[in-house]
Design a protein around this ligand. Structure first.
Ligand code: NAP
Length: 500
């Protein structure tokens, strides 16, 4: 991966609009424009025209037509796969442009964003391959009968994604949905629309038929609710916070459509005395500070076994103070600005919350000394107990909460005393300890001696309030396709003749 700076800037339209049937709809008088602001400079970049209920209706109708009568669900799988591969290639060809848009719009550091752009390309390729090996079942055990089971696309999906990794999360939603022949309407976060809007254009430039992916922009309370409540939607795929997930599942239940939810986390990172401490230290720093700390899978509760705790925490703090915070477009930057001002303020408010709960501020807890931008110093606190708010609430920023423990059983119990259960991290060179943690921690993913390796072939999702359902080949097939059983007699069986 290149470590060169991006020297070019790409044009940004003065007004960002929805994309329906592959084009921007005509601007209607009296619509709402929302500001789009660069989190690094605090300068306005553009405005976002919010999609109201009428525009959402047009988007859903476009997806409906594309599903009910359009070519996409009826295409030969090789033709569909060719288009998904063309998307992969075009994303790669525009990788620097997409990376620049993501750094500019979301403040994520360039090195991280370049990886996320490559993963965006990869997920379209990966799920195209899964779709091309999709197969059914045949049952012939009942004498004289043959039954076969086929998979069909489920219909029109509402897909909703957050601002913390706009490109990779929106692409995951789309790439798990459309390969089977579904169509969709995507609503990304209105805070970070730039990269996703360009990605949806790229999908069309690569040959995706109009109407398969429609994009509507706007706030959750306006555009999001209009979308989820729309009668033309057959299913909902959501990535975001737990409170919103609950509202979305309620709305989906009212219409009796399925919803898959990828939600928040407060994941434990357990560092045992038996760990390779150097690697555990690097892993703990990556676990909480990557992606500006704005990640669902952050290892935000760092549990350290008492014999090694003091030294581990001291070294962590020393390293945290040396993290390069600054312009996300500079290749050496490790942490950029938080995505928007209110979020920066919310993250910082946890320094006072921590103190009020008796936690000790070890470092950070204030704005970084940079003139402009929503920068926060990498922060760490030592909490007196797992019951404090900094250990129970998702802060979603560069904010680590340390806890100390004596026995591995105690660490597992602490890890599980959370309403969340997305991921967990365990650092130990003792195989028995590592395997016991894997068995007993209630989380969708357990990483042993590594920070956040995402295996696309494996299911990803959360226990408890971290989600409902999984992303991954098998889970996505189950969620995004219907099963149909067709039953035929091999010898015509006698049929009772009513009234004969
Ligand atoms: P959020 O506030 O829940 O918003 C997510 C998306 O839902 C946004 O597009 C939002 O629009 C929209 N929305 C809000 N209310 C809605 C409603 N009533 N109906 C329909 N849509 C609605 O989450 P966020 O703050 O953007 O993202 C951070 C959260 O996402 C964190 O909790 C994080 O852990 C979670 N996350 C989970 C995963 C995972 O894979 N498990 C991955 C990444 C992030 P607005 O922007 O207008 O609010």
């Amino acid at each position: 991966m290149s470590s060169a700076p991006i020297t070019q800037a790409w044009p940004i339209a003065p007004r960002i609009q929805s994309l329906i049937d592959g084009i921007s709809p005509a601007l209607r008088a009296g619509g709402t424009d929302l500001p789009i602001v660069n989190p690094t400079t605090e300068a306005p970049i553009s405005v976002l025209r919010e999609a109201d209920a009428q525009e959402v209706d047009a988007a859903v109708m476009s997806a409906r037509r594309a599903f009910d009568t359009g070519p996409w669900p009826r295409l030969d799988i090789n033709a569909r796969k060719d288009i998904l591969y063309a998307i992969r290639d075009r994303v790669r060809a525009h990788a620097e442009e997409l990376a620049w848009l993501e750094c500019t719009g979301a403040g994520l550091p360039l090195a991280r964003v370049r990886e996320q752009v490559q993963r965006t390309a990869r997920v379209f390729e990966f799920f195209a391959e899964v779709a091309s090996t999709l197969h059914g079942e045949v049952y012939s055990q009942s004498k004289g009968w043959l039954t076969w089971v086929t998979r069909e696309p489920k219909g029109v999906a509402a897909l909703i994604s957050p601002w913390n990794a706009p490109l990779s999360l929106a692409s995951m939603r789309m790439a798990t949905c459309i390969p089977w022949g579904n169509t969709c309407v995507l609503k990304p976060s209105e805070v970070t629309p730039l990269s996703v809007r360009r990605l949806v254009e790229i999908l069309h430039e690569a040959g995706l038929p109009p109407g398969v992916v429609n994009l509507v922009n706007g706030r959750g309370s306006v555009t999001g609710t209009a979308l989820v409540d729309h009668a033309g939607i057959d299913l909902v795929g959501f990535t975001g916070g737990t409170a919103t997930g609950r509202a979305i599942m309620t709305a989906a239940a009212r219409r009796l459509v399925p919803a898959a939810l990828e939600l928040g986390g407060k994941s434990a990172n357990i560092v045992c005395a038996s760990a390779d401490i150097e690697r555990a230290l690097d892993g703990a720093l990556v676990g909480i500070f990557a992606n500006n700390g704005q990640q669902c899978l952050a290892g935000s509760r760092i549990l350290v076994q008492r014999p090694v705790a003091a030294e581990f925490i001291e070294r962590f703090v020393e390293r945290a103070r040396r993290i390069r915070v600054g312009d996300p477009l500079a290749p050496a930057t490790e942490i950029g600005p938080l995505a928007f001002e209110a979020h920066r303020d919310r993250v910082l408010s946890y320094a006072a919350i921590a103190r009020a709960d008796g936690a000790r501020l070890l470092t950070g807890g204030r704005r970084a000394a940079i003139e402009r931008g929503w920068f926060v110093e990498p922060t760490a606190v030592l909490a007196p107990s797992n019951e404090t708010r900094v250990c129970q609430e998702e802060i979603f920023g560069p904010f680590a909460a340390f806890l100390e423990f004596d026995t591995v059983d105690e660490a597992i119990a602490i890890a599980n005393r959370s309403k969340f259960g997305l991921v967990s991290y365990v650092w130990s060179e003792d195989i028995g300890t590592a395997l016991r943690c894997s068995r007993d921690i209630r989380a969708g993913t357990v990483w042993i001696n590594t920070p956040m390796m995402r295996e696309l072939r494996a299911p990803f999702g959360g226990y408890k309030e971290s989600g409902v359902g999984r992303d991954g080949p098998a889970a996505s097939v189950d969620f995004f396709t219907e099963q149909k059983a067709t039953i035929v007699p091999l010898d015509p069986p006698p049929v009772h003749r009513f009234g004969a």
